[in-house]
Design a protein around this ligand. Sequence first.
Ligand code: GDP
Length: 481
Amino acid sequence: PTIFVDEVGITLGNIADAASGAITPTLRIGVTGLSRAGKTIFITALIHNLLSGATLPGFQAMTQGRLIGAQLTEHPDNATPRFAYENHLAALLGTPPTWPESTRRISQVRLTLRYQSDRWLKNRMGLSTLNLDIVDYPGEWLLDLPLLSKSFRQWSDEALDLAQRPNREEEATPFLEALKATDTMAQADETAAETLALAFTQYLRASKQDARALSTLPPGRFLMPGDLEGSPALTFAPLPKPSHAPRSNSLYAMLERRFEAYKTVVIRPFFRDHFARLDRQIVLVDALRALNAGPEAVSDLENALTSVLACYRQGRVNPISRILNRRIDKILFAATKADLLHHTSHAKLEAILNRLVMNATRRARFAGAQTQSLAIAAIRATREGRIKDNGDTLDTIIGTPEQGQVLGDTTYDGETEIALFPGDLPDSPESLFKTDESTPELNFLRFLPPTDLQRSETGEPIFPNIRLDRAIDYLIGDKLQ
Ligand code: GDP
């Protein structure tokens, strides 16, 4: 369903031709964020808005009438899976609509945009074309970058130190018990390696469960294996310091070799073949889920974001600076699901986001990239309302919580629409990090996707959004000049 305004005399065929020409400029945008941050929804909504001719008031190339059209075109890179746009859209437009499957591995998709430049000379040469390559990948994979400069011993010490901290006790105990029961100096044994790797993976995954929302320790593929699930490169775990030098046929030596293999066959190729080729990056952050879970989860999210963005650190000490040529010139940080709050709280959400990415931003700017923060909802699942409560007027959001969502004594059935006052975000983001301060009562529920969509002039259903237009303008606007 592509719309092309034909008044300028282009046909769809022309666009495909132009796209295949070597001269068409290409902008590669990475979309990342930790699991369930909203990557799939963001990309699906972005493509759908551009294809369907939705009105995007904050996207200047569109409001100035210079964007002629967009089309999905074939991607030249056959080695990377294609982003399953059509399936995701079908889920969102289904009866009833459902949220599509989330990102589990890297994928990409190419959109070709046709536009009229606002520069006199370029304009004289006719319409311009831009290939927009969108690369979706799990933010967890970025956590692996620091591993490149660590030995197995260093990484093991750090990982075990974290696993032994009191706040992780509940999740880590089975893994630590499994370690105790294993003789790592004994002859290497695949079953023992698998048992340890499984216990370690389960500990990492358990730390991320909804209620705890402790994010995210490397190795990234243990959480998001992509196509590597079960492969030997993922069958290792951190081990305690051996009392004497391990023999080369010991379990210890085998896991150490696998850690090194993970660096060579998993981490390096990802950074070299994908990350290093990005021009721009949007980092999606589900701050609200961390706020729901409390101060520990908030500090943890901040740490994870700082490590995720450590890839922007400069300097010769960083082994990756040889791989990365620091091409990324713009990074957009977006707090997703802003529709779970009334718009009067969006400024506070942006302040929280700024605080969460403060360290990351500093690094990125130092490395020469521009950054911006926005609170967005790529697909808005709620509307706004007001209720009176004991004489107070409360700003609410209205929508249908997903089946099984619980608030107080109520378990929602997935059919009943409610008006919810999710609570007040604090004025100062700092208080969210403190355990001693009375944390504000916040309730963010998951809502079903919107129904009864409005239609564009061409009859396409249009998803409501919050500031998606501003995000698109920041990411690609200047390339359409
Ligand atoms: P990712 O691909 O793992 O980063 O995450 P998804 O894009 O699949 O999003 C995870 C879940 O977050 C979705 O299934 C939705 O429930 C929710 N979600 C994502 N974007 C939005 C949004 O803009 N508004 C609302 N209300 N929920 C969203």
